[in-house]
Design a binder for this molecule. Structure first.
Ligand code: F6P
Length: 550
């Protein structure tokens, strides 16, 4: 008998051999010949049911994947993450988003110092501030109550809170309204400000570095808009607060440090929803909702930290991501929430997954010789069914899918929900089972077509099936469920990064474009031409001529 594989390389080879074995079977057989599959393949934690029974795996696949996770050092890496070790090697930092939602009472040490008192102090400051805006103690410059809260930020300083605001909006218990401005194109800020009253508007400038071009440009425009009305710099203090790690730059911008909510360099931008970057949520939806969001995330953290690898939701999700990417050749992954409140979740996960694992070198700078993060995209289920699902069912790309569904709706007209559920479940079945040529032909004949007509149309109606699908189910969306769901994906990304060997907490790839944009800006404004490739140089010249009216 051969020795069981134990090293990462052995297990990788074992998975390749295993893949070749199961490839001989139609994927739907894996599911249809295995009646107890749901019970074995569905996991539960923190209010979420993770059904992986429609993934193209067997018990042996899952066993090999767990062993691969272990052989890759997942457990020690996970401990390092929670303990505040340097898991972001290229920037020499910890990645402690879990400390922001740590409800266990355990200290979390960074460089030997417990960061929990700082975390709690900022939460307390958020609590006091959000209450004062909500109860009207905090007033605008002319004594009016605040009605509109505009978060100005981009990337992680926008996508997380904007996504969570959309998710929580059905529970908004006040007249306060949240708005999110991120785009450098002034059309967006103009659209948002058009309907707002400066006397009743509060701007939250959210930027970890406070040096992001898009955010500072929008913040300056917002200040000009405000001062157009008040013509008094003193108004800024009543209408602007900052959320940042960079006090100096906040002061330089003209925001009183008293009005600054701090966070720390050990919080990555796309993991910052749980920090004061979530201030707009606390103000508009209440600190109770924000606390519940943190609690849900903490419940998932505790599960990830302590549950055995085989029954651990983030481990299962992450290892299936590895299986689909590296062994089944999936290069694109769709996130399809059947819950309108989660309409912005795909955009948030797109940043989370692609900015974290869209990498080509390991933590030590060596080339990664396997595929890493797929393209992540998606949109609300119902709408997608009448748009891009055609490709999911019959296109030539193998797309893996996460279906996310609420059993109960947050809406008053709850009778829609039966149909929502029926559609979500039907899509899961269709993506897995598909429709064979024989089935298509038989259905057409049953509809009254002649055998010749049925034969002509049947190939068009064939649906291959076998699309790897995970279904995530919860009762009704709440801040707690949302927290657990987002934390589930954060840890999924971490698990994948351990297998691929990349650093999921840096983002060097976005730097080059920023550098070149700085250079080109001077040229757009009439400066001397800089050194460019001829194609770009010609395009810059053409843009300059169009602007000059030539
Ligand atoms: O350019 C990428 C990025 O650094 C993201 O990682 C980050 O979420 C975003 O920009 C915004 O950065 P900041 O919060 O510093 O303005």
């Amino acid at each position: 008998m051969p020795m069981p594989a134990t090293t990462k390389a052995d297990l990788w080879r074992a998975l390749e051999a295993h893949r070749a074995q199961i490839a001989a079977r139609h994927p739907r057989e894996l599911v249809e010949d295995d009646p107890g599959r749901f019970e074995r393949y569905a996991l539960e934690a923190a209010g979420l049911l993770l059904d992986t029974s429609k993934q193209l795996v067997t018990d042996e696949t899952l066993d090999l994947l767990v062993r691969l996770a272990r052989a890759s050092g997942l457990e020690s890496r996970r401990d390092l993450l929670f303990e505040g070790g340097i898991v972001n090697e290229t920037e020499g930092r910890a990645a402690l988003h879990t400390a922001l939602r740590n409800r266990s009472g355990r200290p979390v040490l960074v460089d030997g110092r417990d960061v929990m008192p700082d975390v709690e102090a900022v939460l307390e400051k958020m609590r006091t501030f959000s209450v004062s805006v909500r109860d009207g103690t905090w007033r605008g410059f002319t004594g009016e109550r605040i009605r509109d809260v505009v978060n100005i930020g981009i990337g992680g300083s926008d996508l997380g809170p904007a996504m969570a605001a959309a998710a929580l909006d059905a529970r908004r218990g006040s007249d306060l309204r949240a708005h999110y401005v991120s785009n450098l194109d002034a059309v967006q800020i103009e659209r948002v400000l058009r309907d707002l009253d400066p006397e009743r508007t509060l701007f939250l400038v959210a930027s970890k570095t406070f040096s992001t071009q898009e955010t500072l440009a929008n913040a300056r425009t917002a200040r000009r808009w405000l001062l157009d009305t008040f013509e008094d710099e003193a108004a800024v203090a009543r209408h602007f607060v900052a959320v940042s790690t960079n006090r100096e730059r906040v002061v330089e911008f003209g925001i009183d440090p008293e009005n600054m909510f701090e966070f720390w360099d050990w919080v990555g931008g796309r993991y910052s929803l749980w920090s004061a970057i979530g201030l707009s949520l606390a103000v508009v939806y209440g600190m109770g909702a924000f606390d519940a969001l943190l609690e849900g995330a903490h419940a998932m953290d505790e599960h990830f930290r302590t549950a055995p690898l085989a029954s651990n939701l983030p481990v299962r999700l992450g290892m299936l991501g590895v299986w689909n990417t590296n062994f089944l050749g999936v290069a694109t992954h769709a996130v399809l929430p059947y819950d309108e409140a989660l309409r912005l979740l795909p955009a948030h996960l797109q940043q989370l997954e692609m900015e974290s694992n869209g990498k080509r070198v390991t933590r030590t700078g060596d080339a990664i010789d396997v595929a890493t993060c797929p393209v992540v995209w998606g949109g609300p289920g119902s709408n997608g069914q009448h748009a891009f699902y055609q490709l999911l069912h019959q296109g030539t790309a193998l797309v893996s899918v996460d279906l996310i569904l609420a059993v109960r709706s947050q809406a008053r007209w709850a009778d829609h929900q039966d149909a929502v559920l029926a559609n979500a479940l039907a899509q899961g079945e269709a993506l897995m089972r598909g429709r064979t040529l024989e089935e298509a032909r038989a259905e057409l004949i049953e509809e009254g077509l002649s055998p010749a007509e049925a034969g002509r149309l049947a190939p068009h109606k064939v649906v291959p099936g076998g699309r790897p699908t995970t279904t995530i189910v919860y009762d009704e969306l709440s801040p707690r469920i949302l927290g657990a769901l987002v934390a589930l994906y954060e840890h999924k990304v971490f698990v994948e990064s351990v297998i691929w060997g990349d650093n999921p907490f840096d983002q060097w790839g976005v730097e080059l474009g920023k550098l070149l944009a700085g250079r080109i800006l001077g040229e757009i404004r009439g400066g001397e031409p800089a050194d460019h490739d001829p194609a770009t140089a010609a395009l810059i010249e053409r843009v300059r001529r169009i602007r000059a009216g030539d």
